[in-house]
Design a protein around this ligand. Structure first.
Ligand code: HEM
Length: 429
């Protein structure tokens, strides 16, 4: 599929497809450590491997020649930092999508300098110290309220993702962007659609493209309503700042603002939710680690949260497109090639992490790549995510130190390492 302005993907100078095939849907439906058995082999033998086109793309492309899988920590960092060679403007996921759709769904995450830098700078400015202070206070308050509702639930049994993990990031997102009560339900529905397009159960016979488009259009509609409200009455939220903000003397368009809303709705919510889900499951499987954490919660919560984020790797992959010839771990990469960074593999790289398969809450330093491998696209919300996770960890595990979980029901996509359901049992207070 040719896309105007994009380099065509080419089969020139490519080796045979790697024998170790990670392109199938069934591969990505496995638990992380099972996938890492395969990545460990790739890290050792084929650090940059040429793979078949991904199965189950949002928009299947008969001309897609495949992709380079980058599995070593050092190579992920190299690709992330070298944004002159590896660009984001031709897509950051497995699919080759038209530019308008890319911007609509991913805003400046799928842009290159100078436009990326201008938008990112503007959005960073909106997170003023005043906003951050306001957010921190709200996080504390909302966390207490959410955990109180669970700890006092007489049934002693909840579905953790829906009743706990999803709530704080969603509330914070809605608060930050001034989403009014009557639009919260629509926002939640569309966020779920935007991240679940590769899950068969969720699709229920519909195509991934249909579900994805409906979700993105729905989020834009919600954003448009908020933009109009904020133009009429300024509030104390980010949307109010964005409608007034200017780049080079020009106001942002409604499309730019709602694309940013769309990016953040997934970036800020599902990732943090996923981290708490995997962390809670791991703590119930490793009571020694839970005891260690609880023995000095305030002092240990910082390193623990960093290990939660490494262990969870909420976003499994992001990709870039090479725009000039280069070499990566001995492989020749040509302009137009898709290069996929597998963060999960980078986070279990035995040359960087001592005993990477050990869930070790005291791990320090912990140079995980869950927020990306550095460079200009490094996660803008890393500190906000850490603050939310620290607050949740403190409140949840001090109020409910004894709990069990059952096998999680995984989302099964090659992008979000999501958990659909996690049964959680505890003794109510
Ligand atoms: C544990 C939670 C989170 C994880 C694991 C995560 C992960 C990531 C990753 C992997 C990237 C892409 C990095 C790259 O391409 O080099 C990213 C970008 C981004 N994240 Fe996060 N994120 C999290 C939470 C958040 C939160 C809470 C926010 C909102 C405030 C946020 C906002 C963003 C934005 C705006 C970008 C785009 C940055 C750019 O392109 O310049 N993220 N995140």
């Amino acid at each position: 599929m040719e896309i105007e302005g994009f380099l065509p993907a080419t089969t020139e100078n490519k080796p045979d497809y790697c024998d170790v095939d990670i392109s199938r849907k069934s591969f990505w439906a496995q638990p992380a450590l099972q996938m890492d058995d395969v990545f460990a082999h790739l890290r050792a033998e084929h650090p940059v491997s040429w793979q078949r086109p991904i199965e189950g793309a949002v928009v299947p492309d008969p001309d897609d020649p495949g992709f380079w899988a980058v599995v070593r920590h050092a190579d992920i960092k190299r690709v992330s930092h070298d944004n002159d060679t590896f660009v984001s403007g031709q897509g950051v996921m497995f699919d080759r999508l038209p530019p308008l759709f890319l911007e609509m769904a991913l805003s400046f995450l799928a842009m290159d300098p100078p436009r990326h830098d201008k938008l990112r700078r503007l959005v960073s400015k909106v997170f003023t110290p005043r906003q951050i202070k306001r957010i921190d206070d709200k996080i504390e308050h909302a966390t207490k309220e959410i955990i109180d509702g669970i700890a006092t639930d007489p049934s002693g049994e909840i579905e953790f993702m829906g009743r706990c993990a999803s709530l704080l990031p969603l509330r914070m997102f809605c608060d930050l962007f001034g989403v009014p009560d009557h639009l919260v339900e629509a926002t939640v529905t569309h966020i779920t659609g935007a991240v679940s397009w590769a899950d068969e159960e969720f699709l229920a016979g519909r195509t991934a493209a249909e579900v994805q488009l409906e979700a993105i259009a729905g989020l834009h509609q919600v954003a448009q309503e908020i933009i109009e409200m904020r133009r009429a009455h300024r509030g104390d939220d980010i949307m109010s700042s964005l409608v007034e903000a200017e780049i080079d003397g020009q106001k942002l368009t409604d499309f730019e603002i709602s694309s940013f809303f769309c990016l953040l709705s997934g970036a800020a919510t599902d990732t943090t939710k996923t981290t708490l889900g995997h962390a809670t499951r791991a703590l119930s499987l490793h009571p020694d680690q839970r005891d260690w954490l609880l023995a000095d919660l305030d002092a240990r919560v910082g390193t623990a949260v960093e290990e939660f984020i490494r262990w969870a790797t909420p976003l499994l992959t992001f990709s870039r497109t090479a725009v000039r010839e280069t070499e990566l771990s001995g492989q020749k990469i040509m302009p137009g090639d898709k290069v996929v960074m597998i963060y999960l593999s980078g986070n279990f790289d035995e040359t960087v992490f001592d005993q990477p398969r050990k869930f070790d809450l005291s791990r320090s330093p912990n140079p995980h790549v869950s927020f990306g491998g550095g460079g200009i696209h490094f996660c803008l919300g890393a500190n906000l995510a850490r603050t939310m996770l620290r607050a949740e960890t403190r409140e949840l595990f001090s109020r409910i130190p004894e709990f069990q979980t059952e096998e999680p029901d995984l989302l099964g996509t090659n992008f979000i390492h999501g958990i659909k359901r996690l049964p959680f049992r505890f003794s109510p207070q």
